[in-house]
Ligand binder design. Structure first.
Ligand code: ATP
Length: 447
């Protein structure tokens, strides 16, 4: 028996189909062959700022234990199903790929996966690694770019890094593209009962469920949380009026902030990286046409723009309260410079470390009658209009400005959360080990 890791990516298309849906079908076939799984399906969200991603830059790993005959059968089955699926959901933009690795995962694959989470990987690098290891094979259609994500999914094992779970239910083919028949009220009931152990079920500000995607893809709904059993119980509360074709539990780096790479200096930041960086607010944030808010962050050596966009709504109000001199840690992915702006971090979260003392200057009060005095000209002192008192030495009085924000961590509303972003509510719930598969039947095919 050998441990086999199968990585899949770029199997989606804008006309339907998605990598997780393909992975579930493959995993179902593997299960039918009686092959042993050593993990739930792994859904690995890679760098969310990769310009050529379709949606959430997700790749999938399936990890099994198989003998040589089973391995040969599984590989043949995946290649033929990949051809079939890629033929059905043709999209010139996508390059469906599978990578299969036998045995221990080389250290370089783990390194590669970590890099794929926060940086842009050249295809050459992936191919060099793949060709170096004889225990790794790959197959791709139309182009090879999908091997980047497939290899990264293999390398990101989440055995000693944080993870969460997602239960995904898939629709029967004839329902794709039609409204999803999941009762909204039952989603709110589910959230009331299980919400504290789940992640982003409902956007109460917009009064909109977050568990059902929009669009023609095969996903009916996804329930995210800390414990697979809670997700199953929560699923059973939902009133669903359409058939569910497959259901699977994924272990995933969603909502772990795994994409945020801590850089030492703003000077180290390059386009499309996702970073966590500290600095000092160098210019008071300004709201521009379109409602976006921008400020400049510096660290003594380099400066970068930080953007907070209109859809983040009330998050912008917090950012606008920042002042020059405030010490902050910003988190987000980096937009390349354009003719309108410099290199820019799209802000996902901010930690306000220290507020600067900001002084406002007011005219002095008259010592005789208490009225507010007026200036007699620059450096010429102040006079009182009411009682005519004059003081050529009087100066403006400095008063510390009242601040309406406090040090702490702030995040945008739920509606703008990306898959990999960690909500503040998850702080302190991070996992550091994997206890093994506790839900034996983690893939089911009810119809
Ligand atoms: P879906 O979520 O529906 O599966 P997607 O958003 O995951 O779609 P893909 O169509 O899979 O997007 O496209 C992502 C592409 O980017 C893949 O070809 C993948 O190999 C590649 N990729 C992923 N991470 C990186 C990275 N860090 N650097 C370069 N390429 C990457």
């Amino acid at each position: 028996m050998t441990t086999i890791h199968i990585g899949l990516d770029d199997i989606d298309s804008i006309n339907g189909g998605c990598t997780t849906h393909f992975a579930v079908q493959i995993a179902w076939e593997i299960k039918r062959k009686g092959v042993k799984f050593i993990d739930y399906l792994n859904l690995v969200r890679l760098n969310p700022s990769v310009p050529w991603k379709t949606r959430g830059n997700g790749a999938v790993a399936i990890r099994i234990e198989a003998n040589n005959i089973q391995l040969a059968e599984v590989w043949e089955m995946i290649v033929s199903k990949l051809e079939e699926y890629a033929g059905e959901f043709k999209d010139a933009k996508n390059q469906p790929s599978v990578v299969l690795h036998e045995g221990e995962i080389p250290y370089e694959y783990a390194w590669f996966a970590n890099k794929a989470l926060h940086d842009i990987i050249p295809l050459d690098l992936a191919l060099r690694l793949l060709n170096k290891h004889s225990e790794t094979r790959y197959y791709n259609i139309r182009g090879k770019r999908g091997v980047i994500g497939a290899l990264a999914a293999i390398g990101y094992t989440m055995v000693n890094t944080d993870y969460t779970y997602e239960l995904i239910a898939y629709r029967a083919r004839e329902y794709w593209g039609k409204p999803r028949l999941v009762d909204s009220e039952s989603i709110r009931v589910m959230d009331e009962l299980y919400g504290k152990d789940m992640i982003l079920n409902y956007d109460y500000e917009a009064n909109r469920p977050l568990i059902t995607p929009r669009g023609p893809d095969p996903v009916l709904l996804g329930l995210r949380g800390e414990d697979p059993w809670v997700l199953i119980e929560a699923f059973n509360i939902l009133k669903i009026s359409e058939p569910v074709e497959y259901m699977a539990i994924f272990r995933t780096n969603q909502h772990t902030d795994a994409h945020l790479f801590e850089v030492n200096s703003i000077c180290d930041i390059r386009p499309y990286m996702c970073v966590k960086v500290s600095g000092v607010v160098n210019k008071k944030p300004k709201r521009s046409v379109g409602g976006h808010v921008f400020f400049e962050l510096c660290d003594g050596k380099c400066c970068i723009d930080v953007a907070v966009y209109e859809p983040t709504k009330t998050f912008r109000d917090i950012i606008e309260e920042l002042e020059k001199g405030d010490v902050v840690e910003v988190m987000g992915c980096v937009r390349p410079p354009s003719s309108l702006h410099g290199l820019t971090i799209n802000l996902e979260k901010i930690r306000i470390v220290k507020l600067a003392e900001i002084y406002e200057y007011f005219n002095p009060k008259c010592p005789l009658c208490g009225s507010t005095m007026e200036s007699m000209g620059k450096g010429k002192g102040f006079r009182c209009r009411k009682c005519k008192y004059r003081d050529p030495h009087a100066k403006k009085i400095p008063v510390i400005k009242e601040r309406y924000i406090k040090p702490g961590i702030y995040q945008p509303p739920r509606s703008v959360f990306k898959h990999v972003m960690k909500p503040i509510e998850r702080f302190g719930k991070e996992k550091r080990s994997f206890p093994g598969i506790l839900v034996k039947d983690f893939i089911v095919k009810p119809i």
